[in-house]
Design a protein around this ligand. Sequence first.
Ligand code: FE2
Length: 362
Amino acid sequence: MSLKIITKDQIQKDSLTVEISGVHTDYTIDKTTVEIKQNIEQGFNLLSIKSQHPIEIIDVKIDNNSIRNYIYLSYIDEKEKKIQPATHISNTDQSWMLPLIYPYSNWITFILKNIANGHYGSDLFKDFHFFFPEKIEIKNTFSKVLSDYFYHDSEYTIIDKKQVGNWYDGSALPYQALQFEYDKIAICDEIKQNINDLKFDVDHPGQNKLNLEEFGNYEQWATCSLIEGTESNKNISIHEKSQSFKHLKHLYDFVNGLPITNLHHFMIATLPPNSFIYPHSDSGNRGFQPKGTATMYFNLEKVDGVFFKFGNVGLVPNEGGLLINNKKYAHAVVNQGKQTRYILTITGVSFDKEKLSILVGK
Ligand SMILES: [Fe+2]
């Protein structure tokens, strides 16, 4: 089986650079046809073509069968800017990118499921959010399941912008950055200074225990709940819920300064070097959770070597505050760096609708 890219004009020998998911790929040229004979890995792959001369792509063929519609999924990547629809490579800063899935039959099914016929040829980036996962190779000391999770994706993620919804009644987005400033350094220092007085728990049934039995001596990720999620305190204000840690001034001020109406559960989570959180979803965790609430996630330090991934979506940003859809999307984390990662998570957050629009920058 081969993949053929057909151009309008004849292609000059050695004028192209072809990569699949960042790896150089052999190809042959026959007049206006670029042929990739090499086997493509199962699942999601990103084909990229650079050209030293302007070229226009007019068709994509699997063996000799045209799947012309699918060139409308392609885009031009130029200095991190993505342009769509785009079938012309006009300068050497541009890469023509085609997000594909192997076997190609799965690709066809996937696209037909997500994009209705009328959209082809229009600007898909205007109507849909696309998330293309990157292939991450983690250390081979981690388990095969975990390394496969970070390297392979069966598909990518397409979300119709009309179906996104709001975070207070359930967003379809995997995550969204928050426009909220907080004193990361002061909070992190306060946690480190008080680490021996904070009660951390490493018992995470279904996540860690499973792996420790299977793989032995890993460092364990740990959580310290500052506000416990119980049904009995659901109507109590954040101010009252946070009295027990009033002496931790920065954490107390942080949680009371959030532009939210209430929250269910507030915790610190640590991820030491050489530790991991196995793929899981948080659906049903933390006991009772009010309906129509979201999870906030705050990175306190940028730690090199930490990868937090939503499957079929890609890496979640390592910095700043986020709203995360940790109930809908399976996720896993590894720390193969040298420092412990500290984060704060707040689940069951109910929003003030006006403040939410400021928080997500709309
Ligand atoms: Fe989680």
